[in-house]
Ligand binder design. Structure first.
Ligand code: MSP
Length: 654
């Protein structure tokens, strides 16, 4: 029997929320696990959250929370989001769990025992305001911290270093001996070139903050967050390591291309040093854009995968999974386009698969007493079977090759084949001629093809696959270890069985429905072609929005703010950095997209309206905004919402 299969997603940072990028990997992992389960393998999926490090510590502070309270809260959002996308992970690991901390320390000890860790120094530019080392890229000329507007200092901190350099050759030998270890091929070549370019020893501990796993024997140090995080794949298995990890299990790490180096260079080197087997495969996928735009933080927030999964008009969670699995080539960059999503839903799921089901059941009700009829094939059916078997096989090959997009292409090709076949076999015409044997054969073939399709689509659209099966009076799919339930051939063993009740599986969306969906779903962020363009001077062109209860409005804390200082943000031509007095102990830093409409000095002294209880927004490079100003108009001609000079800073708007 095939060995156990263990698929992992990266563990996600808790200074972000689940977004379409992280949903993507998680859905692919779930689909692969489901496919392997169908094949009778013992398949396990792991996901989780990466909760240590200075960035997380600071995000917690920004929200006035202790790190642990903060990570508990955000980690829960991930844990709750995935099942809504029909993801059934077998385990969810958090790096703050004792089961992880204990075992990651054991890996450290093994590496230290091997003599691969030594105490050295980490030298860098340190900002005392931020309490962190900065890279030169993050700083202004003169190595000035953009947030604190004062020079950073060159500082040395003691750090443990891992002898990564010593593993150069061993890594190259391993890649050579295991050509499938890094995929796709182009990524493999990049990693090999990187290692051949020479590795440097890696700093693996920090002393300047404490939110991390203590280094065994020297608790002033906490582990570098990647040493801690990468180990999750192994620590999460606990007692099950001997079953799912190499050499007994096949271990597949799915990662985004941005974090491939950590997984394909550092992680294997740590494992080699610890004397542990390496994973089987690291597969790097591409980056998604949304409606052609890079996923900025605001776009990530605006396009919520859970909201998409709740949109039943386009198939709910199954619909979302289908789009991501079928229309992003796994391994390449892809675009998630809202309009295309609706068109593809209509074409593939509505008019192809959904229509095959409804026309078959309609014909069965009319011409075969709503039962599975008997099968007496002719050349037409033999030809169909041959083609169907080839498609079933190539769909299986594609899943095995980690190419869900191709697997679904082959699967939908089978559905198209059946739709073409029914047109050729024309059972309605045969019925008129009184040729019941032909009618029966045609319907039997269609019903069996639909049964097969329900299995083939299950890894991608499990809920709809079971709904399809219910209409055929078949039990939901429940894979069993050791039992390969992937069809190899069409099987005609259900003659005489009754069929279930028919209903539209994927009702198509008409033009009006499409318009309404786009208005609801497309992000209304700057630059998105989403909302219908407002006619200047005609505010009535603003689309109507759903009403909210008063409590929802009351939850928004609007305050009068007095702008104390305003400066341009280097290299960001739309942004200004403001210090705004809200009657609090210290003025707040607010980053506002006002630079195309105002010179900084025009703003100083203005009384503005501030959304004061918005979660801080991180613009990167140390820029964090702690509020938002209200304004109206296009971004190059904004008008500020202001308060009269008599309003006190901090006054609440009601
Ligand atoms: N915590 C680390 C991973 C540690 S694994 C031992 C991390 N977390 S992350 O939350 O920042 O990112 C997780 C994943 O999201 C990465 O694989 C990254 O490639 C992916 N994506 C982030 N933006 C993405 C897109 N726009 N498109 C597709 N995936 C994207 O890195």
């Amino acid at each position: 029997m095939a060995r156990p299969f263990y698929v992992t997603t990266p563990i996600y940072y808790v200074n972000d929320v689940p977004h379409l990028g992280t949903a993507y990997t998680t859905i692919v992992a779930d689909a692969l696990r489901r496919y392997e389960r169908l094949r009778g393998r013992d398949a396990r999926m792991l996901t989780g959250t990466d909760e240590h490090g200075q960035k997380i510590e600071r995000a917690a502070t920004a929200q006035n929370q202790s790190p642990i309270a903060f990570v508990d809260q955000v980690s829960a959002r991930f844990r709750e989001a995935w099942p809504k996308l029909l993801v059934e992970a077998d385990d969810f690991i958090r790096t703050t769990e004792p089961r992880h901390e204990k075992l990651v320390q054991s890996i450290w000890e093994r590496v230290a025992k091997k003599g691969d860790i030594y105490l050295g120094e980490h030298e860098g530019l340190y900002c005392f305001g931020c309490e962190e080392f900065k890279t030169e890229k993050e700083l202004l000329p003169g190595n000035v911290c953009p947030l604190h507007q004062r020079p950073t200092e060159r500082l040395k901190e003691p750090t443990y270093l891992f002898k990564l350099k010593d593993y150069e050759q061993e890594l190259l030998d391993f890649y050579d001996a295991h050509p499938g270890f890094i995929q796709p091929e182009t990524r493999r070549n990049e990693v090999i070139a990187f290692v051949k370019g020479g590795l440097r020893d890696l700093s693996v501990s920090r002393t300047s903050f404490s939110w991390g796993v203590p280094v065994p024997g020297d608790p002033k140090h906490v582990m570098y967050v990647w040493f801690d995080a990468l180990a999750n794949y192994w620590t999460a298995l606990g007692e099950q390591q001997s079953k799912y990890w190499e050499p007994n299990g096949e271990v597949v790490h799915l990662v985004g291309k941005d974090i491939l180096r950590f997984h394909a260079v550092y992680w294997p080197a740590f494992l080699m040093s610890a004397g542990l087997p390496l994973p089987t495969k690291v597969f790097a996928h591409g980056f998604l854009t949304i409606d052609g735009q890079k996923m900025s933080k605001s776009l990530r927030n605006a396009v919520d995968p859970v909201r998409l999964a709740e949109t039943e008009e386009i198939g709910g969670p199954d619909g979302l999974r289908y789009q991501l699995l079928r229309y992003v080539a796994f391994g390449q960059d892809g675009d998630f386009d809202h309009r295309a999503m609706i068109e593809r839903y209509n074409a593939d799921l509505g008019k192809n698969l959904g229509n095959l089901l409804s026309r078959t059941l309609g014909l069965c009700a009319k011409l075969a007493g709503n039962k599975v009829p008997s099968y007496q094939p002719t050349d037409l059916e033999h030809e169909f079977e041959k083609q169907a078997h080839a498609l079933i096989q190539s769909a299986a090959n594609a899943w095995t090759e980690l190419a869900p997009h191709r697997a679904l292409e082959e699967t939908l090709a089978l559905s198209s084949l059946a739709n073409q076949y029914v047109d050729r076999a024309a059972p309605w015409a045969e019925a008129k001629k009184g040729n019941q044997a032909r009618v029966d054969t045609t319907l039997a073939l269609l019903l069996e093809t639909l049964r097969v399709l329900s299995v083939l689509v299950w890894p991608a659209i499990p809920r709809k696959a079971d709904a399809l099966r219910a209409q055929l009076a078949l039990a939901p799919i429940a894979p069993r270890v050791g039992n390969d339930s992937w069809p190899t051939k069409l099987a005609f063993d259900r003659a005489g069985q009754a069929l279930g009740a028919a209903s539209a599986l994927f009702p198509t969306v008409d033009k009006d429905g499409e318009k309404a969906l786009l208005e609801r779903l497309q992000p209304k962020t700057e630059g998105a072609p989403a909302a219908p363009a407002a006619v200047p001077g005609h505010p009535s062109a603003v689309p109507a929005v759903a009403t909210i209860p008063y409590e929802q409005f009351a939850a928004v804390d609007l305050r009068v703010g007095l702008v104390k200082t305003a400066t341009k943000v280097p290299k960001k031509d739309k942004l200004l950095q403001l210090e705004v007095d809200l009657g609090e102990e210290k003025p707040r830093t607010i980053i506002a997209g006002l630079a195309l409409s105002f010179a900084p000095e025009q703003l100083v002294g203005q009384r503005v309206i501030v959304v004061a209880n918005l979660a801080p927004r991180d613009f990167g490079k140390g820029l964090v905004s702690h509020g938002m100003l209200l304004a109206a108009g296009p971004s190059e001609a904004l008008q500020l919402a202001t308060a009269p000079d008599t309003a006190a800073p901090g006054a609440k708007l009601k």
